[in-house]
Design a protein around this ligand. Sequence first.
Ligand code: AMP
Ligand code: MN
Ligand code: MN
Ligand code: MN
Length: 284
Amino acid sequence: MKFDLHSHTYYSDGKLSPEDLVERAVEKGVDILAITDHDTVKALPIAQQHIDKNALPLTLIKGIEFSTKWESFEIHIVGLNIDVENSTLAGLIAEQTEKRATRAEKMAEKLEKRGFENVLERAKALANKGQLTRAHFAQVIQAQGAANTLQGVFKKFLVRGKPGYVTSEWCDIATAVKAIKAAGGQAVLAHPSRYKLSNKWLRRLLEEFKHAGGDGIEVALPQQAPSDRQFLAQLAEEYQLLSSQGSDFHFATNWLELGKNLYLPKASVPIWQDWAIAKEQELN
Ligand code: AMP
Ligand code: MN
Ligand code: MN
Ligand code: MN
């Protein structure tokens, strides 16, 4: 059974509609897909309806990816199996949306000082009904010659210390974990290696996350050195956290695809160990 527990639609910074994303997941042999857009759950009912209507052989896990602030880092916390109707969750989503809007205004102002034009309006048009993210700003200023690649745009303008970067007062880790748990979900620390933390800081982060009631960490990601996967698996064991896997799919590239290159080390305890869907499959 193929699990991919981290993906995005155009309701945040992914390229595909919820319908196209679930279709693609089926095409790529994914059996269980979590949609985890940044600070929004808008794609979920649409994706589920499309699955039902077309009787697609795919189980949708209702998810979200919250941006949090810890020390001076932006740490992402994924929620899996959340009740999207939960009011605590909805309250946090509303707060985060507000923070995105405030940050967007400040970012646009800074970028316009650098000579880019109509930045906010264009970014909003790209985001359409979805969450406004740095990826939208990146596209807007790339089209105006900021750099050749999106990576380049981020590096030159949109990461900490660069002229278009604005710190946002995202909620803290405990608040995100609490909202996810209130909504009946499991809280998973997303892509732990991507924060470029030293081992000492990574351990501090895991302490904090565990203390806040976190359930699991992403151990398997695509394009990952086997040693990194092993290291994360060890950390999961050490902190008694469950292990998750996800592509963090935003759009397909030559090296990244839904469900591709995702597997947990044999000794890992998967985040889905108690999910009904996983148990059913075992019996079959
Ligand atoms: P935000 O949550 O609005 O700050 O936007 C963060 C999103 O921008 C991430 O989820 C990534 O999808 C994207 N992103 C961040 N850093 C980079 C980068 N260096 N290159 C390309 N995309 C990036
Ligand atoms: Mn993203
Ligand atoms: Mn992330
Ligand atoms: Mn993500």
